[in-house]
Design a protein around this ligand. Sequence first.
Ligand code: MF3
Ligand code: CO
Ligand code: CO
Length: 254
Amino acid sequence: MISIKSSREIELMKATSALAAKTLEYIEPFVVPGVSTEEINKLCHDFITEHGAYPSPLNYHGFPKSVCTSLNEVICHGIPDKNDILKDGDILNIDVTTYLNKFHGDTNKTFLVGNVSPEVKKLVEVTYQCMRAGIASVVPGGHIGDIGAAIQEIAHANGYSVVEDYCGHGIGREFHEAPQIVHVGKKGTGPEMKPGMTFTIEPMINLGQKDGKLLKDGWTVVTRDKKWSAQFEHTILVTPTGHEILTLRQEESL
Ligand code: MF3
Ligand code: CO
Ligand code: CO
């Protein structure tokens, strides 16, 4: 069952989502060569808790940290570690989820660390475009499959693959709710989008093949071919006329 949020619930979704977005804005100047992903975790944890919220990943099904930090060939769910030190040319995805006033807000961004190769920089830029194209397809009366169709068109036109093993999701009182948002698809398929639905769109796009492999830590997902992967995520509200990006940052435009 896909929950429809009331106007009161939508206000609370806006508040938690805005805090998640603010956390990504706050952390940006710290994402530089020499910093460890554990330091980034600690800074995000403190920022979130100082704003009266709880970092949703912490202890979620046993996840040991407050944010996910996914470096280079890591597709998603990387675990912050004091021994993972950022170096020039890396790409780092930081995935922040906040729990504020009983509602979750979920967003992530792939940061460029110093000077990144043109090939990888293009991957990151196209991945952002993929997410925005998925978001642009959100309108009441549309179908969830429209999102994946829009994303895969851009990814494949650029010679990239789209990860299928991990998806976007409904979000609200629960971190992960129905429906699943698959990032490939066919227009006109899947559940109908209705005003008051809230879900994430979070495509993971790979330079090489789509297949991932889970590491022995039980969380970190890396590409099988070791080629690099990028991701962006926003929490979206379906409005009566279209959609609203609840986790929009100041650096982004509408
Ligand atoms: N924030 C991730 C998502 O976008 C989920 C992380 S689950 C965790 O859905 F346990 F790894 F934190
Ligand atoms: Co998510
Ligand atoms: Co997330």
